[in-house]
Ligand binder design. Sequence first.
Ligand code: ARG
Length: 459
Amino acid sequence: SSNQMWGGRFSAGPDAIMEAINASISYDQRLSDQDITGSMAHAAMLAAQGIISGEDLAAITDGLTRVKAEIDGGEFAFSAALEDIHMNVEARLRELIGAAAGRLHTARSRNDQVATDFRLWVRDQCDAAVEGLEALQKALLSQAEAGADWVMPGFTHLQTAQPVTWGHHMMAYVEMFGRDKSRFADARARMNESPLGAAALAGTSFPIDRHATAAALGFDRPMANSLDAVSDRDFALEFLAASSICAMHLSRLSEELVIWSSAQFRFVTLSDRFSTGSSIMPQKKNPDAAELIRAKIGRIVGANVALLTVMKGLPLAYSKDMQEDKEQVFDAADTLMLALAAMTGMATDMTGNKDALEAAASSGFSTATDLADWLVRELNLPFRDAHHVTGALVAMAEGRGVDLPDLSLEDMQSVHDGIRGDIFDVLGVHKSVASRTSYGGTAPDQVRTQIARWKETLA
Ligand code: ARG
């Protein structure tokens, strides 16, 4: 038999394969709350505008409340023959309240309905992402506070570059996750306009009040163009783009935790709660959570690329292609929230190993720049000359298998006779980091200033 919602002109029902490719109910049932909330706002507006009667509104509101209870209680029988969440809800409403259910869809189409539901859902996910990021920032902030002045090697090219502080390194991620938060907040602000009332694509001849439904659903205003309202999924793409960048940051931190927790580095110890063992090698404690977060960016960036690809060639207005938006966004959002929670757990539990960090900080000629800076400051050498002298001293130390502070004053003077004994003062890693007091630099005082600023922001 033909479809009860749109089957007026059809004499036969769809092929089973048609139903299989067409139905979205298996996943878009996640929009049930948004769908019912949107329908209630729409019905209330129709009654306020005199488009439906007060009795019909009462019946619709009561019926939708019952449908919601059935869904929440797990008693609702979702039907693939009814394609999607919108028609599943409406069909059940008709069973419950009869003819009045048929008036709910006045001045509305599934095109503006789904655009509204999905915006509401993605809007919530932006808020959830901000919340998850804030928890992660707090965990990293505690780590930074605990080791604001612990010294560790800073790397470029993953080669020892200059000593930095553990607090400084942790706070670098606090900054990144802060920008991620602002990307989600920006996206939320931009998407917070209501498509409801755009109808199929052209608007409607009924005297609806789109400002009223927009306000009822917490939108800032109705979207100004009905074609745009039902056509675009840029709001979902912005969420995916922000998620991709955030997942990239999570992946980089994960990579560091994988390296840092290795026996060769021992910079951090991950907690048992966020590690796994090996079924054959008894000594193993593996950073699986970090590895999985590092990998999960693939799904999130994949979703971003998939939806961009779906959207890029679509003529205005709605095309069924756009039904492919939901699974990608659902999966990316679930993945991101899980990754954020796992990273927050790991970051809360992990222990920075002060001694191993400090030992590593002093190796690899990490204070060579401090030596060159001393030559500039004290002997007034041009920096390029100082660089050359220092390079010769590094080569000498490397040849003897020692570090820079192990060279004697005579060794130093054989390379440049102006060098004095107080040069040794700048070769220690603590002196090195303490000297980097420029704004945003690694000196513990600078780091503590940034920690205090963020503590206030996150309070
Ligand atoms: N399930 C559809 C979707 O997700 C709802 C909109 C359908 N509109 C239509 N004209 N067929 O996009």
